[in-house]
Design a protein around this ligand. Structure first.
Ligand code: SAH
Length: 458
């Protein structure tokens, strides 16, 4: 029996959460709601992707352009002065422009009234099993204290909330723990503080002389800090979590043409296309094309995220020098798919060029690319599918236990939550888990493999 199973047994009999945040933290199981990567949406994604160069041809059929947004005006001004934007520049502005960016504008993008739903928001079992995984790997590696938990892009703070609850049940809380969040959105940092600390006690402006921009304390007395970047987080043994974070890091897009590789750019559309912006191809190879396209590239389209590579290198250095391990959870592929840039709004696909700043933009994570960036320093496990990881971690047992003790009215939502997380047609197959460990524990891990990865259940 693996460590994670032994530990799972200790939390297995814990009850459902009583305050309604269980399973359907919101009433999410309506037909129209889809995760950011939904089965029904995949064909549409391909269609959007292949049709962007035909937008002008479709123009006669579209009488009016999509509505203007404040961010659109800024982007138009920038294009007028400096020329077309790379997709990387565009995605960065649309998502994290400090005033009008999607993640800065203050709307709640998660759940029924938002734009998409993520696994931790669907069901408490998700975060619980991540908590068990963290504890079992930490225990195997000698239980160094205090344990620093770092999460990138924590959203509403739900994953960390569920993780902390499980760690507390296993005896790890208070001073033995500290939480470090990497989050750019002030609005979301407030939501995270409310979730973990019970209310908003901190003042973002009070931390001007500090490396963090906000500090608070969880209900159980563990300190929580907010950073805008990994580089300001103290160097020590840490567990790093990234759930649906790498997919929002900006990408460059390239396309193979008869003249060679060209970069996809975004220009103003002053003709009668459906939006105020349109895709064009660079006339010559751009600097990014020269850096990122490998001579042996066989695909006809490529998406590359430089930030993802840089972040992986930083994680590799920290994990190698300070100790710790990471779990990256996202939808993605193995360098085979290449045309995945898309938008989400109101739980449906949304053209990325329409109404910039009002919809989430995302691209599949290239797990092979991530692994290539760390393999000289770290040992990697996975990617395995979400279904494999959760099954290996005992989700079926946890479900059975919760069903035994839950109220009759909770049964349906528990079962549909389980199904949504694990069913290959829903989130089970598309979402993948990748774990990173220091190279020095390679032999130890051969003897005691990390939970979640030792068996491929697909
Ligand atoms: N992990 C959460 C939320 C995913 S949404 C969940 O699965 O529910 C993406 C999150 O990353 C948001 O919290 C957003 O504000 C944050 N984010 C986006 N770009 C970022 C960046 N460049 N640096 C730090 N945080 C970022």
């Amino acid at each position: 029996m693996s460590y994670s199973w032994k530990i799972m047994k200790r939390v297995m009999n814990r009850p459902l959460l009583s305050h309604g945040f269980m399973i359907l933290k919101e009433n999410v199981y309506q037909e129209r709601i889809i995760p950011r990567m939904a089965a029904s949406s995949y064909c549409q994604i391909r269609n959007i992707s292949t049709s962007w160069f035909m937008l002008t041809e479709q123009a006669d059929k579209v009488p009016t352009k999509s509505p203007e947004t404040p961010l659109l005006k800024q982007l138009q001004a920038r294009i007028k002065f400096t020329g077309p934007l790379t997709v990387h520049e565009y995605m960065k502005e649309v998502l994290i422009n400090p005033i009008a960016g999607y993640y800065s504008a203050g709307q709640d993008m998660f759940g029924t009234h938002g734009d998409y739903i993520t696994s931790p928001e669907i069901c408490q079992m998700f975060g619980e099993l991540i908590g068990v995984w963290i504890f079992s790997e930490w225990y195997k590696l000698g239980s160094p204290k205090p344990l620093q938990l770092v999460e990138f892009g924590p959203g509403r703070g739900t994953l960390m909330h569920d993780v902390l609850r499980v760690l507390k049940q296993l005896g790890l809380s208070g001073d033995n723990l500290c939480v470090q969040f990497v989050e750019l959105s002030d609005e979301l940092s407030n939501k995270q503080e409310e979730r973990l600390c019970g209310c908003i006690k901190s003042n973002n402006d009070a931390c001007q002389d500090e490396l963090f921009y906000k500090m608070s304390t969880t209900i159980d007395g563990s300190p929580v800090y907010w950073h805008r970047h990994l580089s300001t987080i103290p160097r020590s043994f840490s567990v790093y979590l990234a759930h649906e974070f790498f997919d929002v890091l900006p990408i460059h897009k390239f396309r193979r043409t008869e003249e060679g590789w060209r970069e996809v750019l975004i220009d103003m559309d002053e003709e009668d296309g459906p939006h105020h912006l349109r895709y064009i191809l660079s006339r010559a190879p751009t600097p990014a094309t020269k850096i990122f396209i490998q001579p042996d590239e066989t695909r006809s389209e490529v998406e590359v995220s430089p930030e993802a590579a840089v972040l992986c290198r930083e994680l590799a250095t920290r994990i190698e020098e300070d100790g710790g391990y990471a779990l990256i959870m996202d939808y993605g592929h193995d360098s085979k798919v290449s045309n995945t840039f898309r938008g989400f709004k109101n739980h449906a696909l949304h053209d990325p060029l329409s109404e910039p700043g009002t919809a989430d933009l995302t691209a599949d994570v290239d797990f092979v690319f991530l692994k290539e960036n760390v393999q000289d320093k770290l040992v990697t496990y996975g990617p395995v599918t979400q279904s494999s990881f959760l099954t290996n971690m005992g989700i079926e047992l946890r479900l059975a236990n919760l069903l035994k003790h839950c109220k009759p009215e909770d049964r349906k939502s528990l079962i549909s939550g389980f199904k949504m997380l694990t069913d290959p047609q829903q989130m089970g197959q598309r979402f993948k888990f990748l774990a990173l460990f220091p190279g020095v524990v390679k032999d130890f891990l051969i003897k005691y493999p990390p939970g979640g990865f030792y068996r491929d259940t697909d």
